[in-house]
Design a protein around this ligand. Structure first.
Ligand code: APR
Length: 235
């Protein structure tokens, strides 16, 4: 790795949390092999059967208590604290493992399991346990309109302008643990390349967009990410 890049943008996907025991989506036996995304990760699915969608996210939220950040999350937090330049972490994940590892200002472009959103007034708040159709919004009083603060297929991911600004200003873009199957995240490497940003993929296996990266390393995140961070901090 040539001299340390000043500003770094990191994109993470489900693969960075896999070794913590959080299921990925498209690996063998992954989430989408057990439940139809149309039923639990679309506005139409929620309208059809809100109780089933609440149950899906309530189970994943409850499971957060049984998992811990792994060395990959911890290494990224170290990078943020010790690197002289800016380190922006954009995650597609809705778990809180980056924060629990010590990372700050994490951009959750697909939302967060720990948050709830009132579909009537748009107020976000901390989800205190299971969500259901019985909840009333403390801000507007609407009843039965509370939903997980998760971006579903067909909805606009959060903070896209900020993400693109950071990508275009970055010296290095690193994609970690994502299959490159879902846009707009899968297109970030193109944005980075268009701005002349160096691009690196760290993944268990080549992603769908691996050919777009200047460099791609295969292996478990818990091994590749600490080694990458040590490399950056050494330079
Ligand atoms: N270390 C590194 N990479 C891993 C590991 C690991 N231990 N385990 C799995 N991976 C890789 C897989 O090889 C795969 O490329 O992580 C990737 C996980 O891909 P997906 O399951 O498709 O997850 P992700 O890319 O985050 O999905 C993107 O799709 O369903 C939507 O909203 C959901 O945010 C999600 C988005």
């Amino acid at each position: 790795m040539p001299k340390a890049p000043a500003s770094i943008v990191i994109l993470t996907g489900a693969g960075i949390s896999a070794e913590s025991g959080v299921e990925t989506f498209r690996d063998k036996g992954g989430i989408w092999s057990k439940v139809r995304l149309e039923d639990v990760a679309t506005p139409e699915g929620f309208a059809r059967d809100p109780a089933a969608v609440h149950a899906f996210y309530n189970a994943r939220r409850a499971a957060l208590g049984a998992v811990e950040p792994n060395p990959a999350h911890l290494a990224l937090a170290r990078l943020q604290h010790e690197h002289a330049g800016d380190v922006t972490i954009v995650t597609q994940n809705i778990d809180d493992l980056h924060e629990r590892a010590g990372s700050q200002n994490v951009i959750h472009m697909h939302g967060e399991l720990t948050q709830q959103l009132c579909a009537a007034c748009g107020t976000r708040s901390q989800a205190a346990g299971d969500l259901s159709t019985d909840l009333a919004c403390t801000a507007c009083g609407a009843h039965g309109r509370m939903r997980p603060d998760v971006v579903w297929f067909g909805e606009m991911p959060y903070r896209m302008e900020l993400i693109i600004d950071r990508l275009l200003a970055a010296d290095l873009f690193v994609s970690i643990g994502t299959s490159g199957a879902v846009y707009p995240a899968a297109g970030f490497v193109d944005e980075a390349r268009s701005a002349g940003t160096r691009t690196l993929e760290l993944n268990l296996e080549p992603s769908e967009g691996t050919f777009l990266f200047d460099e791609a390393r295969q292996g478990p995140a818990s091994v590749l990410v600490p080694a990458f961070v040590a490399e950056i901090l050494r330079t």
